[in-house]
Write a protein that binds this ligand. Structure first.
Ligand code: GDG
Length: 457
């Protein structure tokens, strides 16, 4: 039985944002992490340390739904160097197989260090004797050690939401030992997959000269547990939204509006790691070869705007929009557009309606820590329909073995999988979906949080 130690979450962002039309009001922000952790922190009357998301002048701590909210403020220069710079232009590309060339700037690094120090101080101030502190993600990798120095009484956990790179790549980082030393300040260092955890323990042994195994490191006399904790979604929540009559009606509406053709759905943040342009080019190749035609299939791409002031993201958007234009110019017919492209954030109910309407869900990132979209798709199919085509390079591929797994850089292989999905006999598809759903239901986000916190405790 788990003890009821208080929990302090430390994350780049707070779980609340300013409510629209109410200058002093705050509301819980949507998103997987918040959905998972908010109820647990609330039940234990814990605290949440994070940034408000804008260059607000300092916001005082306050209580929201029994959670003590501890805002950390950032200046414009810090948002530029710590967030857009070191987090999004150094760590993000390096940790995603260097799909884009990471940029190394000593100024960004100094700022990252300073901002991590500020988060660590705020966490130390928020935590009571013996609390569990759970630090989240790549923005805050130095916090565990900084916090341990100030507060050796705490149980400190760290979870990385993105991949942890292999030795050959991580070695590029000019401040590699500092980052590793930051992380081993935790009692439990958690990753999405076993191979991420293995990469980390090997690097820590090599660059910090530590003794240990893939799952335990010895830091002086202290034991650090290293493990994989694949994150997930609130299965019941998606399942129940998908069962609502309004959702099935909306799904039928989407199918009518797209011409009752085979619907291939793609949903991603507009990020170069997600493989959107490559996927579109694979579809183009298939149209060109006659594997599919716009009279019998349509690809719907929902792309949520993201990090638009980072140049690689702006370039990626231009590239995607050019490809969509080219495909539609070449292959669409009146009333039969080949690719529907929506660059916007849909309300969640509408997103679930799309999941329910799809014949095929294509999730083909070049690299992804886990990927929640593919799990949400399975949870949104209580009807047992739909086929999932999934990249081997998403952490989720380690769990969702009954998806059609593809290497997105292999155009012919991916095209063959898509043709297989389009022609898959109904019984085969239903059998696969039943197994996928069982997997996601058993390993939902509550299970994830429980496993991690139990280990930490
Ligand atoms: C990072 C890691 C890891 C998307 N479009 C809409 C919308 N979404 C929501 C999805 C999903 C979320 O955005 C995307 O989550 P992912 O997991 O796919 O990707 P990242 O944002 O890159 O997340 C990733 C995750 O952290 C958790 O650890 O899995 O590997 O990169 O929840 O539903 N939501 C709404 N409208 C949309 O149009 N409402």
């Amino acid at each position: 039985m788990r003890s009821a130690r208080r929990i302090v979450v430390v994350a780049n962002r707070l779980p609340v944002t300013r409510a629209r039309g109410d200058r002093d009001g705050w509301e819980v922000s949507p998103g997987g992490l918040v959905t998972a952790l908010h109820p647990i922190v609330r039940a234990r009357e814990g605290a949440w340390v994070g940034w408000t998301g804008s260059a607000d002048k300092s916001v005082r701590p306050f209580t929201h739904e029994s959670i003590s909210i501890r805002p950390v403020s950032l200046t414009d220069a810090e948002i530029r160097d710590y967030y857009h710079g070191f987090s999004n232009r150094t760590l993000w590309p390096l940790y995603h197989d260097a799909i884009r060339t990471p940029e190394f700037s000593a100024r960004w690094w100094r700022c990252y260090h300073e901002v991590n120090r500020r988060f660590a101080r705020a966490a130390a101030a928020a935590a009571r004797e013996g609390d569990m502190v759970w630090v989240q993600d790549f923005h805050l990798q130095l916090v565990p050690s900084m916090l341990r120095e100030a507060r050796p009484d705490l149980r400190i956990g760290f979870f990385l939401h993105i991949p942890f790179p292999p030795e050959e790549l991580f070695a590029w980082m000019p401040w590699r030992s500092e980052i590793l030393r930051g992380l081993v300040g935790a009692d439990v260092v958690g990753f999405q997959t076993f191979s991420d955890a293995q990469n980390f323990s090997r690097l820590a042994r090599r660059f910090l000269d530590l003794e240990g195994t893939d799952t335990t490191l010895l830091v002086g006399r202290r034991k650090v547990h290293v493990g994989s904790f694949p994150i997930s979604i609130d299965f019941d929540d998606f399942d129940s939204v998908a069962r609502r009559p309004e959702t099935t009606e909306a799904a039928a509406g989407i199918r009518r509006a797209t011409g009752d053709r085979k619907l291939i759905l793609c949903v991603d943040r507009l990020d170069y790691t997600k493989g959107i342009d490559l996927r579109l080019r694979t579809f183009e190749h298939m149209l060109d070869r006659g594997d599919v035609s716009a009279s019998d299939a349509v690809l719907v791409q929902i792309a949520v705007p993201s990090r638009e002031n980072v140049p690689d993201y702006a370039d990626q958007r231009v590239e995607i929009e050019r490809t969509v234009g080219r495909i539609n110019g070449e292959f669409s017919a009146p009333g039969q557009v080949a690719v529907h492209y929506f660059r916007r954030n849909l309300p969640r109910e509408q997103l679930v309606a799309y999941y329910r309407a799809a014949d095929i869900m294509m999730v083909t990132p070049l690299r992804d820590g886990m990927n929640l979209v593919c799990k949400e798709f399975c949870a949104s199919r209580p009807d047992g329909g739909g086929v999932l085509v999934l990249s081997e390079f998403a952490g989720a591929a380690r769990q969702l073995r009954r998806a059609l797994l593809v290497n997105p850089r292999d155009t012919d292989g991916t095209a063959a999988a898509l043709v297989g999905a389009l022609r898959m006999p109904r019984d085969d598809a239903r059998q696969r979906m039943a197994i996928l759903r069982m997997m996601v239901r058993r390993h939902d986000v509550h299970h994830w949080a429980h496993e991690f916190l139990e280990k930490l405790d």
